[in-house]
Design a binder for this molecule. Structure first.
Ligand code: AMP
Length: 519
């Protein structure tokens, strides 16, 4: 691990990495994940680092207590600075570079330097109302760090939900070439959200601080039982906070999670956020309330039976099976149809980024099925053509194709109630899916099943040895590829299917889903 305190050293190091890695002919090896922090690292920060470690070749952590985001009467001077300990934690977590500059090194000067001003409607409510200038300071430093490091992905906690929404907006509006990855809130066992500021709390205050989580949990419970009125959900939080007289509530608000506009009735999603002071410590917390039906994400190695199981589960639960394979085929069809060469990536990017895939219900006397449309044309049959089959791997290998499809899959998922399977659904496409399954089977068992399938299709006999070897090789490739490798999500439930029938696997997953619906 390297630690740099100057812009010159950081740039020099990143340039060297990019140059040496571009010789390796492996473009994916350039991937950099950035985790911006103010230091005093805790398990919340480490969860961001872990995720960045899993999704990128290199991880850069910045440690900088940013004076621009502190008001004149705030805790800039007292803010905990624990660089030696942070270094150890980063080293253990596999961080490649820590960038820990001074304000002077970054050229930060409140009076004279350019600042980034996010839209007022996003900064005026919630914390912005109590911390004037705070989000301008955050937006400015994050823009600087993104420009300096030029990461592929940058990781931010949902704990700071207003910050996250503003940064997402900033990246969209300024066309910054980075993916913002939101990460779940990490809590103490009693529910208190981890924060570097928790160490300011005196023993008694530490006990009282759990009221924030308790209030939000009460509101979440009411929401799950059908309460949709903002005023009632807010009241549920306030009721818990009021039990602690020492707690000085700054706000309890329910807003749209992306625009941060106040919401009266939760339609699809609402962000219920709270800020309060205990003594001199300011605490924030929030919960995302979603009306959507749970998403069921099934991942696992090739040949574990994911697609058969996913289709059957979807049928039994009357959910929509999002057939990602068909989506890749539809884009491949579009590219072939347009006459663009399969390796002309910019032209493919131009074409596919303007495409639109839809699944529509089709009902005839004989059957009820989904048909797939691309740019309003029904291509259900054409995507099975030999031409499409022969080119689908080459087209899917373009990063842009994957990017476009993941976006479209996420759009489908936003209303919930879908079953989707793949290799990185629970880790990358829907990291916040409510039910995650990791379906596996031993190499031997998968080879045996494959052999049986081939036999059933009349495709002759391939030896088990040969099949085992090719499955082994495929696993190795899938789990070591740089973009979205095959990996069990931390919160996925693993089902080992060696000794289970398809019915048993389907039954187990259906039960898990129903439990989620009605805990
Ligand atoms: P900070 O050092 O407070 O600026 O936080 C750095 C990053 O860590 C931000 O993206 C925070 O949202 C994130 N973070 C802080 N606390 C938590 C937590 N308890 N859970 C998840 N992320 C967190």
């Amino acid at each position: 691990m390297r630690l740099f305190t100057t812009v010159a050293a950081l740039r020099c190091y990143l340039d060297l990495c990019r140059r040496s890695q571009s010789y390796s002919n492996d473009l994916n090896s350039l991937e950099i994940g950035l985790v911006p922090t103010m230091g005093a690292l805790h398990t919340g920060h480490l969860s961001l680092i872990r995720r960045a470690r899993q999704e990128n070749r290199s991880v850069v952590v910045t440690i900088f207590v940013n004076p621009l985001q502190f008001g004149p009467n705030e805790d800039f001077q007292q803010y905990p600075r624990t660089l030696e300990r942070d270094k150890q934690l980063c080293e253990q977590a596999g961080v490649n570079v820590i960038f820990a500059p001074t304000a002077a090194e970054l050229g930060i000067d409140r009076q004279h330097s350019v600042q980034v001003i996010p839209p007022t409607f996003m900064t005026s409510g919630l914390c912005g109302a109590f911390r004037p200038g705070h989000f301008e300071g955050v937006a400015t430093i994050v823009t600087k760090l993104l420009n300096l490091v030029q990461p592929d992905r940058a990781y931010f906690g949902r704990k700071d939900a207003q910050q996250l929404a503003i940064i997402q907006r900033l990246v969209t509006d300024l066309n910054l070439p980075v993916e913002i990855v939101p990460c779940a809130i990490v809590r103490e066992p009693d529910g208190l959200a981890l924060s570097s500021r928790n160490q300011y709390l005196r023993a008694e205050e530490r006990q009282q601080a759990i009221a924030l989580d308790q209030g939000l949990s009460q509101a979440e419970k009411a929401f799950r039982s059908g309460e949709r009125l903002s005023a009632n959900l807010i009241q549920a939080v306030k009721k818990e906070l009021e039990k602690v007289p020492a707690m000085k509530t700054e706000y309890v608000e329910l807003v749209h999670p992306m625009t941060l506009a106040p919401v009266e009735v939760v339609e699809e999603a609402g962000l219920l956020a709270v800020a309060a002071r205990l003594g001199s410590t300011r605490l924030i917390d929030n919960v995302l309330l979603r009306t959507r039906k749970p998403i069921l994400a099934i991942d696992g190695p090739a040949g574990a039976g994911k697609s058969t199981v996913a289709r059957r589960v979807a049928e039994q639960l009357n959910l929509f099976y999002l057939d990602t394979g068909a989506m890749y085929r539809a884009l491949t069809w579009l590219v072939l149809q347009s006459g663009i060469a399969v390796d002309d990536e910019p032209a493919i990017a131009e074409l596919v980024s303007q495409s639109h895939i839809e699944f529509k219900d089709y009902e005839s006397d004989a059957q009820r099925s989904k048909r797939i449309f691309i740019n309003d044309r029904d291509v259900t049959e054409e995507i099975r053509d030999v031409d499409v089959t022969a080119n689908v791997s080459a087209i899917s290998a373009h990063a842009i194709v994957r990017k476009v499809l993941v976006k479209q899959q996420q759009r489908y998922g936003s209303s919930g109630g879908i079953v989707i399977e793949g290799r990185d659904i629970g880790t990358c496409v829907f990291p916040d899916a409510e039910v995650k399954i990791f379906l596996t089977a031993s190499v031997q068992e998968r080879a045996r099943r494959r052999q049986q399938d081939l036999k059933n299709q009349g495709k002759g006999e391939i030896s088990l040895d040969e099949l085992e070897q090719s499955i082994f090789e495929r696993d190795r490739k899938d789990s070591t590829r740089a973009i979205s490798p095959l990996r069990k999500a931390d919160d996925a439930i693993e089902i080992q299917t060696d000794h289970l029938s398809v019915d048993e696997v389907v039954g187990a997953i259906v039960r898990l889903y129903l439990e989620k619906l009605d805990p």
